[in-house]
Design a binder for this molecule. Structure first.
Ligand SMILES: Cc1ncc(COP(=O)(O)O)c(C=O)c1O
Length: 361
């Protein structure tokens, strides 16, 4: 079926610009415009539209509301020291979005054309990209079924839209290591499920466990999987262990993409960067709580950290597991590995190092 083209973009500019607040709580403030693209099985994709930011009007039977037939993405635009705006590896987000759409039975779209429409949207709202080396503009592509009936079926109507929100740091105090609560009674994702797709249901279902973690005095859930309690993800981040492995080798390890792990763009970038350095073994492998506990006892753990677009790299300080508060060695953001990774990635994102990982707006 014919897809839309960015060349067909219709632009309706807002007559005024909202005030930009100083304090940026994640995802609470939105820019002046949004992108919407409608699809129906009978008419295919309509022309993309950039219009003033505003509420959606949805049929109450809409199947994204009833059955969670929807998905989203998350990426950022960074204002470089040279005042140019850059996106970081955005085609990887477009690709992940296309995979989620396929799994959600939502229609296919042209990834490059969507990226060009997003580029135009960011360009129009460019004043909203913070003038700061630590803040950025969060881009939230969203794709929902607008099927106006209660049957559980493949949508015949859908809406793809993109909203923008200026973002500071995701966690309140990003210089401190976070604490995790690990209890096998909750599962984030399972084999054959949708844990490798960015669908809202994965996040809504995780909320209850997240609040139990907070009741235990922890900030995030360490998601375990299976009888052997595999370590899978930390909250909404991929997870890395830097240690001396069972064979005495220095290793940076993260769980493999076996269907229950979200294929993070930061994860992929960290793997590619550290493999290029060639300073230690870099592995995608299973890691279990038993392996972690014995490595901690034998003082073989150097550090653990989470990775994601929101926080980039987040050191892990404690894991509450079976009533014991496991101390994870970390040297906050000044540790060699995390600070080196953070520096190389931010240098690329803010244009201090030229790289084909950036996409100019
Ligand atoms: C469950 C989960 N894991 C990992 C990540 C990190 O992915 P990325 O590096 O693409 O932001 C995210 C964020 O998108 C996530 O929601």
């Amino acid at each position: 079926m014919k897809c839309w083209q960015a060349a067909d973009l219709v632009i309706q500019l807002s007559s005024s610009s909202k005030t930009k607040p100083d304090v940026l709580d994640f995802g609470t403030v939105f820019t002046d415009h949004m992108l919407t693209i409608e699809w129906s099985v009978t008419e295919g994709w309509q022309a993309p539209l950039i219009k003033p930011f505003g509420n959606l009007s949805l049929h109450p039977a809409c199947s994204s509301l009833h059955y969670g037939i929807q998905l989203f993405e998350g990426l950022k635009a960074y204002r470089g020291d040279d005042n140019r705006l850059r996106l970081f590896r955005p085609m990887l987000n477009m690709n992940r979005m296309a995979n989620s759409a396929k799994r959600a039975c939502l229609p296919a779209f042209d990834q490059s054309e969507l990226l060009e429409c997003i580029r135009r949207l960011v360009e129009i709202d460019q004043d909203w990209v913070p003038y700061s080396g630590s803040a950025s503009l969060y881009i939230r592509p969203t794709f929902i079924s607008t099927e106006p009936s209660l049957g559980v079926k493949k949508p015949t109507r859908a809406l793809l839209y993109v909203i923008l929100s200026p973002a500071g740091s995701y966690f309140n105090n990003d210089s401190e290591a976070i604490s995790l609560w690990a209890d096998p009674k909750y599962t984030r994702a399972w084999k054959g499920g949708t844990g490798d797709c960015k669908m809202g249901g994965n996040y809504g279902c995780a909320l209850f466990a997240q609040y139990e973690a907070v009741d235990y005095g922890c900030q995030q859930v360490l998601w375990l999987y299976g009888e052997d309690q595999q370590i899978t993800e930390a909250g909404t981040m991929n997870i890395f262990l830097h240690w001396i492995n069972e064979d005495g080798e220095e290793e940076v390890a993260t769980p493999p993409l076996d269907g229950i792990i979200l294929p993070g763009i930061t994860r992929q970038s960290i793997l590619e960067l550290t493999r290029k350095w060639g300073e230690f073994k870099v592995t995608e492998r299973y890691l279990t709580m038993d392996q972690l506990c014995s490595a901690l006892k034998q003082q073989r753990v150097k550090e653990m950290f989470g990775s994601g677009t929101a926080c980039m790299i987040c050191p892990i300080g404690h894991i509450l597991y079976q009533g014991e508060n496991l101390h994870i060695p970390h040297q906050d953001k000044n540790s060699h590995l995390t600070s080196q990774i953070a520096k190389e990635l931010t240098d690329i994102q803010y244009g201090r190092t030229s790289s084909d990982w950036t996409y100019l707006v």
